[in-house]
Design a protein around this ligand. Structure first.
Ligand SMILES: Cc1ncc(COP(=O)(O)O)c(C=O)c1O
Length: 377
């Protein structure tokens, strides 16, 4: 029906006409597929979380949820030993990253409008999380992309100051730590040096921190320009519920709270996340299983001739031997193993493999061995 109706392109803002939506990883419904493409946790939420969710399906559904997710924020505050007003919760950390862009970055209206360019600058490393450029474009701000070193480590502060590519006055800088898609971890010491030298806001996106040796949560309390972003999606097996949070200075948290929707985190999400924090030992043993499996998989892949980047996350970013990454991606898919291949950009010679359960990784490794034999013959 709607196809016969005429719409008017002028109804949509010119900026929006130019946007390209973020491309999420595929969620195919193929029977028997081993899904290793979006860094989801292979293990289910704890039995007590499932029970709490089941128990939440009652007459409360007609009521609005707690607008500030207060019980959950209190529990998060206790976990990180911070105050309640240092925390805001979002509909996934993605929502918070977007809100931060809106709260801290001016849309760019050009020099003629008398604006300071740095106020519109969103800065991030390449490669890192591919949502940042999308959020920058939505805000009508300026993307400032700075390449990591060839081995994907972060240039030292001295190097950054010398090469003058990194902008210390950017309104907002995103640092994914550990990095995605590379999996590379950064030390708290180097992050401290970077954040301290920065005049604008820095968001340390720690979506994968539970799989790493170090995290930089302490910087959320020791530096007033730092927000640390965490999510319940990956380490806490709750992608479906969409819950993430920021920890940082109360003034920054207040700024986010001023522009977020009052009921941005749904009731079941709050219940699930709260119960998750009451079952931490269950999740901590899953982190250990995933890390062990990651390290074993990395070793096996290296043995097969893959170039494997050291990973502090729940995935491996690898350059396969013998054939282009696209052929590995397609060959694995034919065997019902779905990994991630970033088709565009300079990293399209690699594939990213999320760490699944031990059984899933066995299947993945057999498929890889079979494919390698085929490429060799
Ligand atoms: C680096 C990074 N940050 C944030 C997110 C988003 O997490 P959430 O599910 O909390 O929105 C992802 C998800 O892939 C990610 O890779």
């Amino acid at each position: 029906m709607a196809r016969n109706l005429k719409s008017n392109p002028d109804w949509i803002r010119p900026l929006v006409h130019e946007l390209h939506p973020y491309t999420p990883g595929e969620q195919p419904k193929v029977k028997g597929l081993t899904k290793l493409n979006t860094n989801e946790n292979p293990y289910p939420p704890s039995p007590s979380v499932l029970k709490a969710l089941r128990g939440s399906v009652d007459e409360r559904l007609r009521l609005y949820p707690n607008p500030t997710a207060q019980p959950l924020r209190q529990r998060i505050a206790k976990l990180h030993d911070v105050e309640e007003n240092q925390i805001t919760v979002g509909n996934g950390s993605d929502e918070l990253l977007g809100l931060a862009t809106r709260a801290f970055v001016e849309p760019w209206q050009g020099k003629r409008a008398g604006r300071v360019r740095e106020k519109s600058l969103v800065q991030y490393w390449t490669p890192s999380y591919s949502l940042y450029p999308v959020l920058t474009d939505i805000q009508g701000a300026i993307r400032h992309e700075v390449p990591l070193n060839p081995d994907f480590s972060m240039p030292s502060l001295r190097q950054l100051k010398k090469e003058q590519q990194w902008n210390f006055d950017a309104a907002l800088s995103f640092v994914t730590t550990p990095n995605a898609p590379t999996g590379r971890g950064y030390s708290t010491r180097e992050l401290l040096a970077l954040c301290r030298a920065q005049n604008g806001i820095v968001i340390l996106d720690e979506a994968y921190a539970d799989f790493a040796e170090q995290n930089a949560m302490e910087l959320a309390s020791t530096l007033s320009n730092v927000l640390v972003s965490r999510t319940f999606s990956k380490s806490y097996s709750l992608c479906f519920q969409r819950v993430g949070y920021f920890v940082g200075h109360p003034d920054l948290i207040h700024a986010i709270d001023c522009i977020r929707d009052s009921y941005n985190v749904n009731g079941m999400g709050q219940i699930a996340a709260l119960q998750t924090l009451r079952s931490l030992s269950y999740y901590r043993s899953n982190f250990q299983r995933i890390k062990k499996c990651r390290n074993q998989t990395a070793q096996e892949l290296e043995g097969l001739g893959f170039n494997v980047l050291p990973s502090q996350a729940n995935f491996l970013f690898v350059k396969p031997p013998l054939a282009p990454a696209s052929e590995w991606f397609n060959g694995l898919r034919r065997q019902k193993i779905l990994v991630r291949w970033f088709t565009t950009g300079q990293f399209n010679d690699r594939i990213r493999i999320s760490i699944g359960s031990n059984q899933e990784m066995k299947k993945c490794m057999s498929a890889i061995r079979l494919l390698k034999d085929r490429f060799e013959s």
